[in-house]
Design a protein around this ligand. Structure first.
Ligand SMILES: Nc1ncnc2c1ncn2[C@@H]1O[C@H](COP(=O)(O)OP(=O)(O)OP(=O)(O)O)[C@@H](O)[C@H]1O
Ligand SMILES: [Mg+2]
Length: 114
């Protein structure tokens, strides 16, 4: 199992939800976060003054999938839906995941996500 985490522009929330729905990704967690990337939030704000680090509001998706095939499909859907071509479009991370337990059924592993 694999965990995908994507930190993207707030205004892309609906587009990304729609893209994930199209590839039949079901379980999704979304949260509002603050962050900065390599521009330290600077160029995105287009401010003339020297400021060390500015945290910008972003949204974070967390999605657990059962295989590398689903991982690739999910990352592609997010990348395409999140893209504007400008700095600040976001980043997508993925990790190996140890366990998932469905509380209602006690199913563990891929049975708990499918
Ligand atoms: N190395 C990192 N570690 C943790 N979070 C990060 C990292 N890089 C980016 N993020 C998160 O992703 C958000 C979007 O990053 P951003 O798109 O600005 O990345 P970038 O590397 O600066 O790429 P770009 O040049 O396209 O802006 C940040 O606000 C931050 O929340
Ligand atoms: Mg950036």
């Amino acid at each position: 199992m694999i965990k995908i985490e994507a930190i993207v522009r707030e205004e892309k929330l609906e587009d990304i939800k729609e893209a994930l729905n199209k590839v039949e990704v079901n379980g999704i967690t979304v949260s509002q976060v603050m962050g900065c990337g390599k521009q330290k939030g600077y160029k995105e704000l287009v401010r003339g003054t020297e400021i060390d680090i500015i945290m910008l509001p972003k949204i974070k998706f967390e999605i657990i999938v059962s295989s590398e095939e689903w991982e690739q499909k999910t990352i592609k859907a997010i990348q395409e839906a999140a893209y504007t071509g400008n700095p600040g479009d976001g980043k997508i991370f993925s990790y190996d995941l140890r366990t998932v337990t469905r509380v209602r059924t006690k199913e563990v592993g891929t049975a708990a996500i499918n």
